[in-house]
Design a protein around this ligand. Structure first.
Ligand SMILES: Cc1ncc(C[n+]2csc(CCOP(=O)(O)OP(=O)(O)O)c2C)c(N)n1
Ligand SMILES: [Mg+2]
Length: 399
């Protein structure tokens, strides 16, 4: 049995049926994948499932590998500090959706981005923000609703943004980001830029009409967009099996739109990078969209308000993931095995990440709150720029 099938069959009745990955991969194989498979098949050291040997991973330097590990650790420590702060004294409010357990997905994808690539995601956005290079201070301050936050304290947990880093948020309407991701890709093609849009969504978002409308246009117009389903098995308290109709997997639905797809084992950092890279190249060079379904898991509830998260899944299931499938532990072990990381340097990276998170808490707590005068700023471009339309209060229709 393939490792991923084992991984899924461990999960019990609330989880997707075991996937036969080799068969699915064969069905979904593109020309690029075939050339990689042929290359690896011809090399005595690399089997097609040895993703460390994929072209994009072979070129990773030791320093770059360490950097990806550092990013994952920073994200986890940031979120653990955020949870602690949230529960501390009530000064942090609003939603808090933690990404803990899924770190390899955002970091793997962000590590592949070039100057013309863009990223957009749903409300579980802390990791994507840090992975594209936002700093902990602006992110923690945003959680506290402070003026120094990345969205000036008006967005909170669900709305981290950094347009200067090609990061377009942080969206609360389930699947609302999917037509926006399409638009990012359309913009690239329209401007003749060789880049792609990475649009993340949850397994619960795939049944939304807006997503299917986006898929249709993406395939019809040849838009350079990669839809990445982060399949953590649950949408709020509902398992994938109880919410979605599917044959073998969710990504396979793309076949109805004549679109390429693949399923990815999210706990294997090399696999995340290898398969995401193939999809990104397909978008950049051939203007073809792809759906990737990355199998992953969240350790905490849907948000901090989800106190019953051990009722819709067993404590054993969560414990199994933490013990056997944690993406940070697995990447750490791989890097130690490769001689890139030592136990000692791993500890140093962890200590530094904790210190950075603590410092960001202090920064956020000491930062000023937004002023009342600022409350209507950054809502309408017309108001901010004092256009004629804003003066008559009719922003969109002049007749
Ligand atoms: C259009 C819409 N319907 C319902 C909701 C309420 N809601 C918020 S998150 C969520 C579950 C989404 O789950 P999934 O897409 O799997 O993402 P995950 O939370 O697992 O990352 C729902 C139903 C919403 N925000 N928007
Ligand atoms: Mg989900």
């Amino acid at each position: 049995m393939h490792i991923r099938s084992l991984f899924l069959s461990d999960l019990g009745q609330n989880t997707p049926a075991a996937l036969d990955l080799p068969r699915l991969a064969e069905a979904a194989m593109s020309a690029l994948e075939k050339s990689f498979a042929m290359e690896t098949a011809n090399s005595p050291n690399h089997s097609p499932l040895n993703f460390a040997g994929s072209p994009i991973n072979k070129t990773l330097s030791a320093e770059e590998k360490l950097e990806t590990f550092r990013q994952m650790v920073r994200i986890r420590r940031f979120e653990q500090a955020a949870l602690k702060n949230y529960q501390k004294d009530g000064t942090m409010g609003g939603f808090l959706h933690l990404y803990i357990g899924q770190e390899s997905v955002a970091v793997g994808a962000a590590s592949l981005m070039g100057d013309h690539d863009h990223m957009i995601t749903a409300y579980r956005c802390h990791a994507h923000a840090l992975a594209v290079g936002m700093n902990m201070n602006e992110c923690m301050a945003e959680l506290y609703g402070k003026a120094t936050g990345c969205s000036k304290g008006k967005g909170g947990s669900m709305h981290f943004f950094a347009p200067d880093k090609n990061f377009w948020g942080g969206h609360g309407i389930v699947a609302g980001q999917t037509p926006l991701g399409l638009g990012l890709g359309y913009g690239l093609k329209y401007k003749g830029l060789e880049g792609c849009a990475l649009c993340f969504l949850g397994d619960g978002a795939i049944n939304q009409g807006a997503f299917h409308e986006s898929l249709n246009i993406a395939a019809l117009f040849g838009i350079p967009v990669v839809y990445i389903i982060e399949n953590n098995g649950y949408s709020m308290g509902t398992s994938q099996k109880r919410s979605s109709a599917y044959k073998d997997c969710l990504a396979q639905r793309s076949e109805a739109y004549d679109m390429d797809w693949d399923v990815v084992n999210g706990e294997d950092f090399y696999e995340v990078r290898a398969k995401t890279h193939i999809a990104m190249e397909r978008a950049r060079k051939e203007h073809k969209p792809t759906i990737l379904e990355i199998m992953t898991y969240r350790y905490y509830g849907h948000s901090v308000a989800d106190a019953n998260h051990k009722k819709y899944r067993s404590p054993e299931e969560i414990a199994d993931y933490k013990k056997n499938h944690d993406p940070i532990n697995l990447w750490r072990a791989k890097l130690i095995e490769e001689g890139v990381l030592t136990e000692e340097s791993a500890k140093t990276i962890d200590t530094e990440a904790k210190q950075e998170a603590t410092a960001s808490t202090q920064f956020a707590e000491e930062s000023p709150a937004p002023t009342i005068e600022d409350i209507t700023n950054d809502v309408y471009w017309e108001t901010d720029n004092n256009t004629e339309a804003s003066q008559i209060g009719r922003h969109f229709f002049n007749d």
